[in-house]
Ligand binder design. Structure first.
Ligand SMILES: Cc1cc2nc3c(=O)[nH]c(=O)nc-3n(C[C@H](O)[C@H](O)[C@H](O)COP(=O)(O)O)c2cc1C
Length: 384
């Protein structure tokens, strides 16, 4: 890893390399928030503001960052969040991420709208595979998707609830990408400037919504997207959550919660975990920074179910901050994709290495031998 550590000591270095290696529309899709990007910037600013009071004279320590969640032991309290249209960032990205996750023993959550199916990803991810569900309106279709994820070995399901309607994503549109429209001249001009990406995509076959293809009855990306928007994009009710709970045999997590009352409500409806997130600032630009919402959600749940945190994590120190504020586990979206886009499989490995090494360092600087010690909130001195 030594030379990669010199080239990419931080996630920001992977981001910079990704920007010049993939087409502009793909980078903007990955990197942007929505409206004025205020929620996305807010995530970063609020994480930076969390300060932890270090303690000394504890003797030499080798921090243990392993964490248990839903009966599974993970080597670090960080997972790969679901990212749709993943193949746009690099063809085959899902398989690279799943491979990094399996070897690194951290969860990889496959998106409903990824370019690979549960059948393809399950064997690569092994017991590290999770599945993210955008809720199909039709219950028969929902049951079929769940059966596919289960048969692929995925035992944790994350129901995403924070997309009640598509968001505007102005930066993506400016870059020529829209969820309804196909490839256009602006996009082709971006591709022409990124020959390595173009070649890899030509070899691999273009990215589509592979899991949806079966239901859309078409291999055409536009038809799949239309089918997805009409059949999967809606604002599910509590009855829907109950139906899903009755159907899914594994652990069920509800992703996209920010309000403490919503957190308690989903626990009341049988969720095994609450995934606190503002979707990386991509949906509602007035949403509070996820880290600001975290302490109240943790308090309201009173330890009934684990709290998973994402939105804005770029360092291992950010993971330490979230855990100090009561999170049980963290996920990151963009950092792992910056890694793949920058340097393929090695880049995914490097993203995990950066987060893990930095968390180890943060625990040493703070003086925490394990996550339980980090989680004692008296260490938080400022920021919220
Ligand atoms: C390009 C992109 C696509 C995403 N697609 C999905 C998705 O398909 N399903 C989902 O639940 N969340 C999706 N998310 C949200 C992530 O799962 C996660 O909540 C978010 O990226 C966390 O913020 P971070 O990128 O700052 O780590 C997406 C995020 C990005 C950046």
């Amino acid at each position: 890893m030594d030379h990669l550590d010199d080239r990419f000591p931080a996630i920001s270095d992977l981001r910079a390399a990704a920007k010049v290696r993939i087409p502009h529309f793909a980078f903007e899709y990955l990197d942007s928030g929505t409206t004025e990007d205020a929620a996305m910037r807010g995530n970063r600013a609020a994480l930076d503001a969390v300060r932890l009071m270090p303690r000394f004279l504890k003797g030499d320590q080798s921090p243990d960052q392993s964490a248990e969640l839903f009966g599974q032991r993970y080597d670090s309290p960080i997972g790969m969040a679901p990212v749709g249209m993943t193949g746009l960032m690099w063809p085959g990205a899902e398989l690279m991420l799943a491979d990094t996750a399996r070897r690194g023993r951290i969860p990889y959550c496959l998106s409903t709208v990824a370019a690979k199916t549960p059948e393809e990803v399950g064997p690569v991810a092994g017991e590290m595979g999770w599945f993210q569900l955008y809720p199909p309106r039709d219950h028969g279709l929902m049951r079929d998707v769940l059966a596919r994820a289960w048969e692929a070995g995925m035992r944790v399901l994350a129901l995403t609830v924070d997309i009640p309607a598509p968001s505007r994503r102005e930066r993506q549109r400016r870059a020529g990408l829209s969820i309804q429209a196909g490839v256009n001249r602006q996009m082709l001009s971006h591709v022409a400037l990124r020959p390595a990406w173009a070649l890899a995509t030509a070899r691999h076959g273009k990215a589509d919504l592979a899991t949806i293809a079966k239901y859309a009855g078409s291999n055409e990306m536009d038809a799949q997207r239309r089918f997805f928007v009409e059949n999967f994009m809606h604002n599910p009710s509590r009855d829907y959550l109950d139906a899903l709970r009755a159907e899914w045999k594994g652990a069920l997590v509800v992703k996209g919660i920010l309000d403490p009352e919503d957190a308690v409500m989903v626990a009341d409806h049988g969720a095994d975990g609450v995934w606190l997130s503002n979707h990386g600032g991509r949906q509602f630009d007035a949403a509070p920074p996820a880290i600001v919402a975290l302490p109240r959600v943790v308090e309201a749940l009173e330890g009934r179910v684990p709290v998973i945190f994402d939105s804005g994590i770029r360092t291992g120190l950010d993971i330490a901050r979230a855990i100090a504020l009561g999170a049980d586990f963290c996920f990151a979206g963009r950092p792992f994709l910056y890694g793949v886009a920058a340097a393929g499989q090695a880049g995914a490995d490097q993203a995990l290495h950066i987060l893990r090494d930095d968390l180890d360092n943060a625990m040493r600087q703070f003086g925490a031998a394990d996550l339980a010690e980090l989680r004692r909130a008296h260490g938080v001195v400022a920021g919220l």
